[in-house]
Write a protein that binds this ligand. Sequence first.
Ligand SMILES: [Fe+2]
Length: 247
Amino acid sequence: MLDLHTHVIPAVDDGSDSIGTSLSMLRTAREDGVTVVAATPHFDRASGYANYAYDELESSFLRLKYEAEGMGVRLVRGMEIMADEDVPDLLDEGLLWTLGGTKYFLTEFRFEEDPEYCMRYLGLCLGRGYMPVIAHPERYMFIQRDPQIAYRWCRTGCGLQINRGSLLGRFGEQARLTAMRLISHGLAALVSSDAHGTHRRTARLADARDLVSEEFGGDFAHLLFTRNPSRILEGKELLGFEPFPFN
Ligand SMILES: [Fe+2]
């Protein structure tokens, strides 16, 4: 499996607090059958995480990449980029990390956001040739109320990334139900851990994969946990069945 959403770089956001925690997270991932991990620190200036692709972040990444290799895990670059209208310029300038250096990048919205703002932002990014992968749409209140918004995102070509914890009910019943609804409507491209540490939000994926496999079949679980994330890192188009609307 590949895990394209983790806060595994130490001491740069609300994820891993030390190199020891980071190594423990990678060990957990490997034990669970994960062989490729994207390190996706928050880029969210309003929350104090101004993680630009500068030398300091690069060297933390390279150190962890070296350690990961020793465990049989390939670490690749990424960021969880909070939506902002200057993101396309920052991507063009190479100041933000896309997923594995491809046109795909992980992005997120505030839990309450104006759907028109979201669409304008996604349009700006797509217009520059970037492919947004939207982190945990099932956790946004405006998507829980109106999942049709996620259908429109999908139709523009964006990928939707579901959190493992949402499927397990860790973010409440609304997030769990919305995750299942998005998957069953053909809107989910991949599932990732969004791991923040070694206790609550861990780097495991096998339990969520088994759950998806039981509900939707093994081939479909393979698509969401292995095949689509691989295709993202190869810069290839996402696969899945034709999405269908909610109303
Ligand atoms: Fe995250």
